[in-house]
Structures are given as C-alpha cells and as structure tokens.
Design a protein around this ligand. Structure first.
Ligand SMILES: Nc1ncnc2c1ncn2[C@@H]1O[C@H](COP(=O)(O)OP(=O)(O)O)[C@@H](O)[C@H]1O
Ligand SMILES: [Mg+2]
Length: 262
C-alpha cells in the first residue's frame, strides 16, 4: 500500500467527483497533456504567398490526427512549422509547452529529437544500408556504438525489416524504403511522429501496410500527425480529422471521414 495521508489525492478526488458545481472540472474532462499547440498562426512566405491564416490547433498526448485538404491548402506548411523548418509570421507554435519561435539555436536539435518525421520521398541516404541509414540518425547525436546497435535492431523489428538490414535503399521496394524512413524517425523514441503524405508514392496495398504501422506506433504511445489526401484510408480508419482549406482549418472532428458527412 502507498503511504497516502487522508488529506491527499484519494479524498480530494472523491470530493471532486461529488462536486457538481461549475467551478469544479469533472474528472473525465480533465485534458490530457498537450504535445502540440498552435495559436493564431499565420504564415506568409517571402514571395507574399499566405499559406496559413489564423490556425489554432491542439493535439493532446496519444492522439492520432489526419491533416487533410487539397494540394496547396497548407498541410506541409503546418509540418514545416512544427519541425521548425519555418517560423510563423504571427502566432505561437508550442511543442511540450515550449515556444518554437523563441527557441535558442543551440536548443533546436534537442527539441527536434522529440519529433520523428517522414516524407513522401523517403529521403534515405542511397549509399548506406538500411541498418546504417537508421543508425546514422543516432550517430550524429553522439550516441555510443554499443547503444546504437540494439536501438537499431529494436526499431527494425517494429517496422518488420530485420531481414533487409544489410540492403541498400535501391534494393528495396517503395514500401520497404518508407518503412526504413519510419524506423529512422523512431529510433530516438520521439513523442510526436509526423508524416507528410507518407503514402503519396505507394500503391494502395502498400499504403495500407504503412497506415497499419503508424496505427501501431500510436498504440505504443506515440502521438501521430499524418498529412494526407488519401481519402479511402482516412475514411476507413475513423480517427481525428483536421481539414485545411486555403490556409484555414475548416473542420476538426473525431472519428471522422475524409469528406464532411452531412
Ligand atoms: N517555400 C515557399 N515559398 C513560397 N510559397 C510557398 C512555399 N511553400 C509553400 N508555399 C505556398 O503555400 C501554400 C501552401 O503550401 P503547402 O503548405 O505546401 O500545402 P499542401 O502541403 O497542403 O499542399 C501554397 O500556395 C504554396 O504554393
Ligand atoms: Mg504538402
């Protein structure tokens, strides 16, 4: 038994449960920790193009979110702001409560390690094996060799590529290349996993395998944000759908289809 004095958690919790008053928040509505928050975010590119207009978005820990919308809607811009490839023109982008816009340069790599990201075009190093593509991500952060090997083996098992560890990207199918990129993005144990059109270059069957993998990663406790216009997948999976149009969020629904259903 834990040592709990009568004045602590247990009794306070039951008081909370009894209190129906508006000044007490019911227990089942206390929000989970927020991994990501965007507040009033506007992004104009130097050529004057406005990609985002007053975007507000909150993603709690454990969520699985599809970011959908037509080409040019601003999906990749959201992702570039989250990985701090771009800075907002106006508004705040917070990761674990830290304002990415005010991050000191030397803190950027540390924050980036909390995010794993994959893209449509995989971005693998062509002259390195699967194992080395994944391990390289740890090498550059100064991880010791004897810690790299087991970490790489573990993520290759998660993505089902143990048998291809010594092949080069050019010797892999598209799906295997994307799974290599996913392994590389996971090897740091990120809190947030971001995928920008990860199935854009893959056929429908392989796309499904990738989605199943992302759902599994989410079940392992990682928050997932995936930009896509794969309507079939989004509608079948029934997760939270955030729809962008012309730089604005026009819909944010849990358990939703790709297109509005009313
Ligand atoms: N680096 C850039 N410079 C200028 N305009 C850009 C840049 N990146 C994106 N844009 C513009 O911003 C808008 C949103 O683009 P993007 O975020 O890539 O949308 P999506 O990923 O939904 O297709 C588009 O009009 C696009 O042309
Ligand atoms: Mg895009």
């Amino acid at each position: 038994m834990a040592m709990v004095s009568p004045a602590t958690s247990e009794s306070k919790l039951s008081q909370n449960r009894r209190a129906g008053a508006a000044d007490r928040q019911p227990l089942d509505s206390i929000p989970a920790r927020i991994v990501l928050a965007m507040q009033g975010v506007t992004k104009s590119y130097p050529n004057g193009r406005v990609a985002l207009r007053g975007v507000d978005l909150i993603i709690p820990e454990g969520d699985f979110v599809f970011l959908v919308g037509p080409s040019g809607a601003g999906k990749s811009t959201v992702i570039k702001l989250l990985i701090r490839d771009e800075l907002p023109t106006k508004g705040l982008v917070l990761l674990d409560g830290r304002d990415l816009g005010r991050l000191k340069r030397r803190d950027v790599p540390k924050i980036r390690r909390r995010i794993g990201v994959v893209f449509q075009d995989f971005k693998l190093l062509p002259n390195k094996t699967v194992r080395d593509n994944v391990g390289f991500a740890l090498e550059v952060t100064g991880t010791r060799h004897r810690d790299i090997v087991p970490a790489v083996d573990r993520v290759l098992r998660v993505v089902g590529l143990t048998g291809q560890a010594d092949q080069l990207p050019g010797q892999l199918s598209g799906g295997e290349q994307q799974r290599t990129a996913i392994a590389r993005a996971l090897v740091h144990n990120p809190r947030l996993f971001i995928a920008d059109e990860p199935t854009g270059n893959l056929d429908p069957v392989i796309s499904w395998e990738i989605i199943q993998l992302l759902l599994r990663i989410n079940e392992l406790g990682v928050t997932v944000l995936m930009a896509t216009h794969n309507a079939e997948v989004v509608t079948a999976v029934r997760k939270r759908v955030v729809a962008l149009e012309n730089g604005r969020i026009v819909r944010d629904e849990v358990g939703a289809a790709y297109h509005r259903e009313d």
